[in-house]
Design a protein around this ligand. Structure first.
Ligand code: DGL
Length: 281
């Protein structure tokens, strides 16, 4: 429930979640755009990756994490995960009383604005690509745009391991994006919030003529719009902070957050996931 104070606005944190490190690219973008806002981040490190799981499992995980953010309490939920956004956004919106922002529509809007030749490539996890969520969102905005998609299941493990500048990673990227380049895509959606961590490597492989669309930056713009529209912005005098909680060990998470993202995430709390009750028919 929103806690509007006397100055107007809401000092409660924005709740952000992802399966692991990837959502921190969204946290970084929100902090740059909205430096006054506090953020409470949950990385579901016990169950990463989400991208190889079934839609029903990702939906259940997303509902469990959203319930934790709601209990915090947070004033809004940012699904900083393309996989969860592509399969669980509607159920989240129907279940929580908080406003929910995902990453698919902001990325689709930016991609349709960026393409010059009307051909967009999308890379993401298996679950995101299989859902067809980007194709639907892009075609709803520009019906005649051609979309070529490719699942890249090896990229999330490489990123979680911190292999951001490595010949092996460059070769994997190259294998994955070749069909998109052959199809003449001039714009490539990084349809997984982990992928901005590989932005220099991906740009190097695809060349400067391809525009990369970062779902993290575009999601931050959507968060600003939502907070303004709902009058939930933090009061100007509020003390902003970033708190991070993980569902399992923080070692690799901390290393990548600090080195690659230059984010001080403090000492993440390790939290228990309160399992949703099983529905009996
Ligand atoms: N970062 C997430 C996404 O945007 C999830 C990656 C994963 O856990 O597979 O899809």
């Amino acid at each position: 429930m929103a806690a509007t104070n006397d100055n107007g606005g809401d000092p409660q944190p924005i709740g952000v979640f992802d399966s692991g490190i990837g959502g921190l690219t969204v946290v970084r973008a929100i902090r740059t755009l909205l430096p006054n806002e506090s953020i409470f981040y949950i990385g579901d490190t016990a169950r990463v990756p989400y991208g190889s799981k079934s839609p029903a499992t990702v939906e259940r995980y997303s509902l469990e994490i959203a319930a934790m953010l709601e209990a915090e309490p947070c004033k809004a939920i940012v699904v900083a995960c393309n996989t969860a956004s592509s399969v669980a956004l509607d159920v989240l919106r129907n279940t929580t009383s908080l406003p929910v922002v995902g990453v698919i529509n902001p990325g689709a809007r930016a991609a349709t604005a960026a393409t010059r030749n009307g051909h967009i490539g999308v890379i993401g996890t298996r679950a995101t690509i299989k859902s067809g969520a980007y194709e639907r969102a892009i075609r709803a905005l520009r019906p005649h745009v051609q979309v070529t998609s490719r699942a890249c299941p090896l990229l999330v493990p490489l990123i979680e391991e911190g292999w951001l500048e490595s010949g092996v990673t460059d070769r994997v990227i190259s294998e994955y994006v070749r069909p998109l380049l052959d199809a003449n895509a001039d714009t490539l959606v990084l349809g997984c919030t982990h992928y901005p961590l590989l932005r220099p490597a991906i740009q190097r492989v695809v060349g400067d003529s391809v525009t990369l669309v970062d779902s993290a930056e575009n999601c931050a713009l959507a968060v600003r719009y939502l907070l303004q529209a709902k009058r939930l912005e933090a009061p100007p005098d509020s003390k902003h902070e970033l708190r991070v909680a993980l569902t399992d060990l923080p070692d690799q998470f901390l290393r990548v957050a600090e080195h690659a993202l230059q984010l001080d995430v403090g000492n993440p709390a390790i939290c228990e996931i309160p399992h949703a009750p099983v529905a009996h028919a």
